[in-house]
Design a protein around this ligand. Structure first.
Ligand code: PEP
Ligand code: MG
Length: 893
């Protein structure tokens, strides 16, 4: 009825499209239930309930009754009662948020066991040992997760029990020993909490549910969300599922399956299986699994049913699925499925394979891959050679080429990375506490665990190179070293190289080469030739389609002929930003010095005259590389003192010369100039258009060089398309003055050379005032190009050169923003200024061209924003051009 919110859904009531409400796991369990697949019965408590709990500190008032209702139905379906002393129903309580956060939140298994029902379970299962082992697992997990007891206390107690029996393996503990372990665990609970382990099954359930809610805000979950840009207020759902047991004997087991190889995209039977075990044993990589095809030999019935379910799921989801399953006494149960994580290469291959299989169309294929994945495929890879020695080969868990100093703990990884060192994190196996170290490291190497171990799953998710299960390595984390076959000892700090595509591990630094995808973009591999592998062909097909559907043009930021030519090969349709200050460096610094030091107009003009032909030559070559395409040349932007020696250095030199009795006249004059030009806030000082207005002849010289170069190209039969861009404009009057001067220069050069050419003159929008007065500025500008670096700097008041190192980590920690606004455009703030300027600029001048040339032009999320606000193009560095093409395509779909 009205007013009563629904907080709990039975698996039969949901669907895969309800991830936000039911979480990914719950939504997919519901989907599988409705497909008629063998899912243990259960129900899902919604993310709404979690958000309510996190906000109010208590569960919604109706929740207890709704849980009772669903629990009763579950008990009826199973013919058992939760915690019944003679034949107990046991349940698992599992987290599951909308976005996958593998291993980040909590799970409690075997809820419903207590001092009495453990005996019922023993009787029903026919195994005392199994029952007591299940009970000790419950107390251990519950103690750690729900009661917040240090997990080590339980581990130590278990180790002690093993030591007393003279064994190192859990399997050597019999029922009696485990009953004794249960007593020790209960004593730990009593000591640590001042209360007994709760015997009431319903109390266990309620406390476990709240603990899962609480785990949303665990440290590692917060860190993971920040890294993956998952909203911090989404909350998790909780799934309460009837327990099935993979550890009832050798006719039971648990495994993970993929419908395609998540590393390469190839179709086949992929996964791991572990007999007589529960899921946590597989993910922790504690015992070694067998490859999934071996299940056929172990249990043919379960194997055949699994293959048939895998094919059902793949055609239903039209994508690679990963699956967790359990076999309980030869009966197959599906515990989870989801559209599986995959490597970047697999993502492209699978997308086009599914097109060829008729399951999806090309639009969908473009949606299925991301710019970040494409960027990963452009990383260099290892080549043979060099003097590194191969130590071993492990499993290729997550591709890439990582070189760095071996470190053996997450803390060291973080510390060394903070001081700028490249490190490779080496562990026997990783667990969720290693997340910060994995983020800091170039790559991860483990000696245990398969491709579905924690290290492998998490590394693939974050695009980090990982080699796992390198069993030949003896990793000694305590003494910070590992030993390779043959006795080579690698100490902390030794450089190693790991190849996530082949699993190879070397001592020393292995040289790297360009990726095949880059060679394709370079035009060195023809996608239709035999030399192209299926990855190159997939990338080619996907990008060709993205180019067809996108509305945004993609240009590049380039200021050399080489970069221009490369960007053009990568698909750039022109230059959106040619920064001319890069042409004033090196040998030419001297000439700038002369310009600054000149005492009269004549001296200034001489210096400018010396710079002009050099500038002209630069432009000539760039126009040639971009023949037929627009080239937006930005007039000089940085403060002039950037071209002079450092004040302190020069003062010292002058002082030393004086002290030695050889005062240096030239340096003294230079020092005076450096002092005169010194600014407290150079970024807010004499730069951009302000320079053009103050330093007579400077911009005119640059415009003349552009015009001369264009004439030269034109007369040589070329098709130069220069555009002139004025930086840092805040008021239309600034632009007006420079535009008039520039038009005069252009007209006079074109007349002298007898050439006709249209040159657009426009401005950057990078000062908030320019955005707010866009209607006026558009009167005088043929185009706007958003300089979102400066616009971000001036909107937030963040010095772009200082703040990231100084305090952004604190801002990220406090969640003030999830990602640096210099990296991904701040939509509500800076984005709002962009929207205002676009709207008012276009209203004032409908043919106004609009683009962006700040770093954000190559950031996937920002590209979608620029598409949405209706820009004409984005401009980014040459290597980001393919990424921007793809994301512009995805934005248009
Ligand atoms: C900008 O400010 O966004 C821009 C492109 O100019 P620069 O980075 O050279 O200041
Ligand atoms: Mg700028």
């Amino acid at each position: 009825g009205t007013g009563t919110a629904t907080w709990v859904y039975d698996f039969s009531e949901g669907s895969k499209d309800q991830k936000d409400l039911l979480g990914g796991k719950g939504a997919n369990l519901a989907e599988m239930t409705n497909l008629g697949l063998p899912v243990p019965p259960g129900f899902t408590i919604t993310t709404d309930a979690c958000r309510f709990y996190l906000e109010h500190g208590s569960t919604p008032p109706e929740l207890a009754d709704q849980v009772t209702e669903h629990l009763t139905a579950l008990e009826k379906a199973m013919g058992k009662t939760l915690g019944d002393p003679t034949d107990p129903l046991l349940v698992s309580v599992r987290s599951g948020a909308a976005a996958s956060m593998p291993g980040m939140m909590e799970t409690v298994l075997n809820v419903g066991l207590n001092d009495e029902s453990v005996r019922g379970l023993a009787a029903q299962s026919g195994s005392e040992r199994f029952a007591w082992d299940s009970y000790r697992r419950l107390i251990q997990m519950f103690g750690k997760t729900v009661l917040d007891i240090d997990g080590e206390l339980f581990e130590h107690a278990l180790d002690e029990a093993k030591r007393e029996q003279g064994t190192e393996s859990d399997l050597d503990l019999d029922a009696e020993h485990l009953e004794d372990v249960v007593d020790r665990f209960k004593a730990i609970v009593r000591e640590q909490c001042g209360r007994d382990f709760p015997q009431d099954p319903r109390e266990q359930l309620d406390l476990a549910i709240n603990a899962v809610f609480d785990s949303w805000n665990s440290e590692r979950a917060i860190l993971y969300r920040r890294r993956e840009r998952i909203p911090s207020d989404a909350g998790t759902a909780v799934n309460v599922v009837a327990m099935v047991f993979g550890n009832l004997g050798m006719d039971s087991g648990t495994g993970v399956a993929f419908t395609r190889d998540p590393g390469t995209g190839e179709q086949g039977v992929y996964g791991d299986y572990l007999q007589n075990a529960q899921g946590e044993d597989v993910v922790a990589g504690i015992r070694n699994t067998v490859p999934l095809p071996d299940l056929e030999r172990i249990d043919q019935g379960a194997y055949r049913e699994l293959l048939s379910i895998m094919s059902t799921l793949e055609s239903h989801y039209r994508d690679l699925c990963d699956i967790e399953f359990t076999v309980e006494r030869n009966k197959l149960w599906m515990l989870q499925t989801r559209v599986g994580k995959r490597t970047a290469a697999a993502a492209f291959r699978i997308a086009t394979q599914l097109v060829d299989e008729g399951l999806i169309d090309m639009d969908e294929a473009v949606r299925r891959v991301t710019g970040d994945q494409l960027a990963q495929l452009m990383f260099p890879r290892f080549v043979s050679g060099g003097d590194a020695t191969q130590l071993t080969q492990g499993m290729n868990a997550s591709p890439g080429a990582a070189v760095g100093k071996a470190v053996f703990s997450s803390e060291t990884a973080v510390q060394w990375a903070d001081r700028g060192e490249k490190v490779v994190l080496v562990r026997r196996e990783t667990n969720p506490d290693d997340l910060s170290g994995m983020i800091a490291a170039e790559g991860v190497l483990t000696s245990r665990g398969g491709k579905t171990s924690h290290a492998a799953v998490v590394a693939r998710g974050m695009g980090k190179t990982c080699v796992c299960g390198a069993e030949e390595l003896q990793v000694d984390t305590k003494n910070r070293r590992f030993t390779a076959p043959g006795g080579t000892v690698v100490e902390e700090g030794d450089v190693i190289s790991i190849d996530g595509s082949t699993g190879r591990v070397w001592l020393g630094e292995v040289p790297v080469e360009d990726s095949a995808v880059v060679r394709y973009f370079e035009g060195e591999i023809d996608p239709d030739s035999a030399e192209a592998d299926d990855l190159v062909r997939s990338v080619h097909r996907v990008l060709t389609h993205a180019d067809e559907v996108r509305r945004l043009d993609v240009r590049t930021n380039a200021d050399t002929p080489e970069d221009s030519a490369r960007a053009r090969r990568f698909g750039a349709r022109g230059i959106g930003l040619c920064r001319t200050e890069h042409m004033f460096l090196g040998d030419r610094r001297q000439l700038v010095e002369r310009l600054i030091l000149a005492e009269d107009d004549e001296g200034k003009q001489t210096a400018l005259d010396a710079l002009a032909p050099l500038q002209e030559q630069d432009f000539l070559e760039i126009f040639e590389a971009m023949d037929g395409l627009p080239v937006t040349v930005r007039l000089l932007d940085p403060p002039l003192h950037e071209f002079l020696p450092d004040l302190t250095d020069l003062s010292v030199r002058v002082a030393v010369a004086e002290a030695q009795g050889h005062p240096d006249e030239a340096n003294l004059r230079l020092l005076a100039a450096v002092r005169r030009l010194h600014e407290q806030n150079p970024m807010l000082g004499l730069r951009g258009v302000r320079l053009g207005l103050v330093v007579k002849g400077l911009f005119a010289m640059q415009v003349r060089a552009i015009a001369e170069a264009a004439c030269e190209r034109k007369l040589a039969g070329g098709d130069p398309r220069p555009e002139i861009m004025i930086p840092l404009v805040g008021a239309v009057q600034e632009l007006e003055a420079i535009r008039e001067e520039s038009e005069q220069v252009l007209a006079s050069v074109f007349e002298e050379r007898g050439v006709e050419l249209e040159v657009l003159i426009g401005t950057m929008i990078e000062v908030p005032r320019a955005a707010l007065t866009a209607a006026e500025i558009a009167q005088s500008a043929a185009f706007f190009s958003f300089g979102t670096n400066d616009l971000t700097q001036m909107t937030w008041g963040f010095s772009r050169d200082d703040v990231e190192a100084a305090f952004f980590h604190a801002y990220l920690d406090k969640g003030i923003f999830g990602v640096s606004p210099f990296e991904s455009l701040d939509r509500p703030g800076v984005g709002r200024l962009v929207e205002v300027a676009v709207g008012e600029g276009r209203a004032a001048r409908p043919e106004l061209k609009l683009g962006v040339c700040g770093e954000h032009g190559g950031d996937p999320d920002s590209v979608h924003f620029f598409h949405e606000v209706g820009l004409d193009y984005v401009s980014c560095s040459p290597f980001r051009v393919p990424v921007a093409r793809l994301e512009a395509g995805r934005a248009a779909l």
